[in-house]
Write a protein that binds this ligand. Sequence first.
Ligand SMILES: *Cc1c(COP(=O)(O)O)cnc(C)c1O
Length: 524
Amino acid sequence: MSGSVTPEAAAAAAQLGAIPEGLSVPPGAGPSLQPTIFELSRPGRGGGKVAHPPADALDRIPASALRAAPPGLPELDEPTVARHYVNLSRLNYSIDTGFYPLGSCTMKYNPKVDEWAARLRGFASLHPFAPDETAQGTLQLLWELEEALAAISGMAAVTLQPAAGAQGELTGILMVRAYHRARGDADRTEVLVPDTAHGTNPATASMAGFTTVSIPSAPDGGVDLEAFRAALGPRTAAIMITNPSTYGLFERRVVELLEMTHAAGALAYMDGANLNAIMGHFRPGDAGFDVMHFNVHKTFSTPHGGGGPGAGPVGVGVSLTPFLPSPRILREPDGTFRLERPGERPASIGRMRSFVGNVGVLVRAYAYILAHGGPGLTRVSEDAVLAANYLRRRVGESFEIPFDRTCMHEFIASAAALKRETGIRTLDVAKRLIDHGFHPPTIYFPLTIEEGMLIEPTETESVETLDAFADALAAIAREAREAPHLVTAAPTTAPVRRLDEAAAARQPNLRWRPAAGSVTPCPE
Ligand SMILES: *Cc1c(COP(=O)(O)O)cnc(C)c1O
């Protein structure tokens, strides 16, 4: 750390709390906050490069469709518009500008060739209501993607409809409900969920009308078998297991868990969010899972941070195939493809989403899978596990590692000891990482770990990047002992300082309002 406080950083700090004595900020660090485009507007200013509509254009529009007053658009010259949006984009932290070690998100990198594939006109311009005869290429791609996901997972059949992992869970658990009802087994009202599960698991169970029973973890981080046995019974409809778990640990007792589940007449759901770690090594279908979801945006491109939609295909074993959402994509004996007709498969739980799913995301997933091939996907998982274990050892030099055994694609570190010694918490460490040039990892999740950080490097980061991240964490641990005010004041290089995150979530202020008496075109 060298240099003096920049005027922008000082101004931002003054806005949100003073920079403490003796604190220095690298020169030019961090872009600054931008005025809104309405504040930049000046009446009468404009580029005027766009041809004006014909004089009688308004006469051709029915009066009922005309607005009473002009829409109050900002007026700016073209360079100001371009700079405004480029400067805004520089406030973003992105995978194309730096490493982000968020756990429970798996893949981060988005191969550019997958973007190219998704933008091909035949896919991108296809109308959702296009008749099957004119959509053969897209239907074939989707059908082949279902086949590929079935091969990767060992499941019998796949639906691509759900819009995200959470909706995939709901789809899967609704199929479980339909299965038990079809057998006249109406007393199964409970879904067992380990306490390390993602919040969407219990939410799914309750949305589908079940009661969630939380199962504690054993000291080794896996599901506590005795607690599981005690909770399992004739009321159990399903268990939901995340494997590898959100601790980044492979569930060693998965065979026993599935045997006990099936012996009790219940079904086993696998949360496949962490599939990135096990491809080519563990197929949930082979292990006996009855249903699972894939987060294609966590395993096969379009990663989190893209801001767009994801997709949560669901794979099922033979017992649940009749209940798959409709319409399925069917291949006719002559090799053509069509969508199932309404009512063609009466046991179906029906439609979960409009059309056939988030097709653009699915095209990226298809491109990713074909680009790697089977051996390539196995290598992806092996590299992800290798990178996570390397980083686990390096981070372990400065922070505790609660489960210090071979991890899968992610691992947990904890600042609990540092907090006892210095008062510095995980939140402070995360904020200080921003000043060291890194996006923080996932923090305080899973909730069961005191001062936890869930760190996931993925297969695509170089050893130099992993070392730089571990070095930054080590430097922060040193700062916590020698100059804690640097850590508690962080971030100092970001355009804003510490924000009240609870207020931001509970009372979001999403609307800009002009200052009283301002000349902006946007009236209050
Ligand atoms: C991300 C995640 C989910 C939810 O998936 P979305 O695609 O974000 O809806 C569920 N379970 C686990 C373990 C996850 O990491």
